[in-house]
Design a protein around this ligand. Structure first.
Ligand code: NAD
Length: 482
């Protein structure tokens, strides 16, 4: 890709005007940059917000049919370009090509499913206490929304936000992660090709502290949907708190998988490995704590270590079980946490080093620590890499207490054949998404998604049947005819 026009403002592709350059690297071969281009500056971010604001009345006035037709067309275009989009994604983010293909297909599904919100974001007709008065509610778009996204699902996450915002009649300023601008640009190109009017969708690619700050704090912004780390999400929420606009923040996790002695232990070990090392641990719902009953701890831990050691590691284009970390920063973080865990007294059971047969790229072996206690840093902080902590507990009550003993509350899972215990777990565990006998990762788009505690602002969940609520005002009408 040699096109360096990465900013899409008011229907035009233009060069960034910042002095700073953005360089995209293949995390499996970072020495040869894929592309460099100038970033947007604050003035361009402001212009993007102004363009979206100017387009907002006209877009809000379109019919649901006009909006969903465009979004269905986007879904088709994503599918038509699946191979190229998946390769672009793997090149800049590093995930195995089959995972990229699945993510691109999911993006198409999301556009198709969410397009229907254009027609289903309805209000209610409510029985009135006064026979002369007709009581009902209706929904209208917020206006102009800022969408700020991370790099780990760089087409799926923007797709569910963009589709929801557009279906409900909002205009958008989209600020993707600096690690994954290429797939963001391609997505916007496909949406543009589907016939969106100028100004309705704007893309600005630049740093979080300037471009991200402008698109979230600009007073023409009527709502913010953010996915990313807890620190950034909380900073954004605080910086606009005085404006009272809706702010949806979906953030980090430290997700537990509990194994009880009556569980299918093979299935539990499979799920722990898939959840901890799939996507190189770079999923907000990744399994980072394996909380296992002492009666089966040795057996489960052994099975997990054996499976971890059998995973293939390599460049995403070779479709290994596990690709590289996304960036030099994340690579450094992964190795730092290996040291921190060892210093705190955890026992390294496997991994913790670069794979011997790979000589470049941000690779680390799947890593498992045993003897982890709740007060250790490795049990409390999100690594966002393939590092799993094994924690032994004596009974169900202790398992739930340990599971809840973190600031986060995104996803959680229990493996057991006791359905009463499973139900108790769903009631007692502090997590927004709960699985019984399943991986902490993975979700269905018709189910709502989002966390609790420091994982989410809990404004409204994303996806599912009512994700449109966040993107709309609900107005309540009492109509008494003269
Ligand atoms: P990040 O917080 O570093 O960045 C996210 C986005 O915010 C990027 O686009 C970044 O440029 C932007 N940003 C940074 N500073 C900003 C500022 N001051 N103002 C406005 N925008 C700013 O996160 P990341 O490293 O890209 O992603 C990894 C994190 O995302 C992990 O913590 C992971 O758990 C989380 N995540 C959460 C979910 C979820 O649904 N809960 C899903 C995926 C990822």
């Amino acid at each position: 890709m040699t096109d360096t026009k990465y900013q899409y403002i008011d229907g035009e592709w233009i060069e960034g005007e910042s002095d700073e350059t953005m360089t995209v690297r293949d995390p499996a071969a970072p020495d040869d940059p894929v592309i460099s281009f100038p970033q947007a500056d604050r003035a361009q971010a402001k212009a993007a917000v102004e363009a979206a604001d100017a387009a907002s009345d006209e877009w809000a006035a379109t019919t649901p049919d006009e909006r969903d037709t465009i979004l269905y067309d986007v879904a088709d275009r994503i599918e038509d370009n699946l191979d190229e989009l998946a390769a672009t994604l793997t090149r800049e983010e590093g995930k195995p090509i089959s995972s990229s293909r699945a993510e691109v297909s999911r993006a198409a599904e999301l556009f198709r499913y969410i397009a229907s919100y254009a027609r289903t974001a309805t209000g209610d007709t409510v029985p009135s206490s006064d026979p002369e008065t007709f009581t009902y509610t209706f929904r209208e778009p917020l206006g102009t929304v800022a969408l700020v996204t991370p790099w780990n699902f760089p087409i799926a996450t923007p797709s569910w936000k963009l589709a929801t915002a557009l279906a409900t009649g909002n205009t958008v300023v989209f600020k993707p992660s600096s690690e994954t601008p290429m797939i963001a640009k391609r997505l916007v190109e496909l949406i543009e090709a589907a016939g969106l009017p100028d100004g309705v969708l704007n893309l600005v690619v630049g740093s979080g502290s300037t471009v991200g700050d402008e698109v979230t704090t600009n007073e023409r912004i009527d709502g913010i949907s953010f996915t990313g780390s807890t620190g950034t999400g909380q900073h954004i929420a605080e910086s606009v708190a005085d404006r009272g606009i809706p702010v949806q923040t979906e953030m980090g996790g430290k997700n537990p998988l509990v194994v009880m002695p009556d569980a299918d232990l093979d299935a539990a070990a499979d799920a722990a490995v898939a959840g901890a090392f799939g996507l190189t641990g770079q999923a907000c719902t990744a399994t980072s704590r394996l909380i296992v009953h002492e009666d089966v701890a040795d057996e489960v831990t052994e099975a997990v270590v054996e499976r971890a050691e059998s995973l293939s590691i390599g460049p995403g284009m070779d479709d290994p079980d596990m690709g590289p970390a996304v960036s030099a920063d994340q690579d450094e973080t992964n190795f730092e946490y290996v040291d921190v865990a060892a210093d705190d007294g955890a026992t390294l059971l496997t991994g913790g080093s670069r794979p011997e047969d790979i000589d470049s790229g941000y690779f680390i072996e799947p890593t498992v620590f045993g003897d982890v206690e709740s007060e250790m840093q490795i049990a409390q902080e999100e690594v966002f890499g393939p590092v799993l902590s094994v924690m032994e507990v004596g009974d169900f009550t202790e398992a739930v207490a340990v599971a809840n003993d973190v600031a986060f509350g995104l996803s959680a899972s229990i493996f057991t054949s006791d359905m009463a215990a499973a139900r108790q777990f769903t009631e007692q565990v502090e997590a927004g998404v709960i699985k019984v006998n399943g991986t902490t990762t993975g979700s269905q788009i018709q189910m709502p998604f989002g966390g609790m505690k420091a994982s989410s602002s809990e404004q409204a969940k994303e996806m599912g049947q009512r994700a449109y609520e966040f993107y709309t005002h609900e107005k309540v009408v009492y109509r008494t005819d003269p």
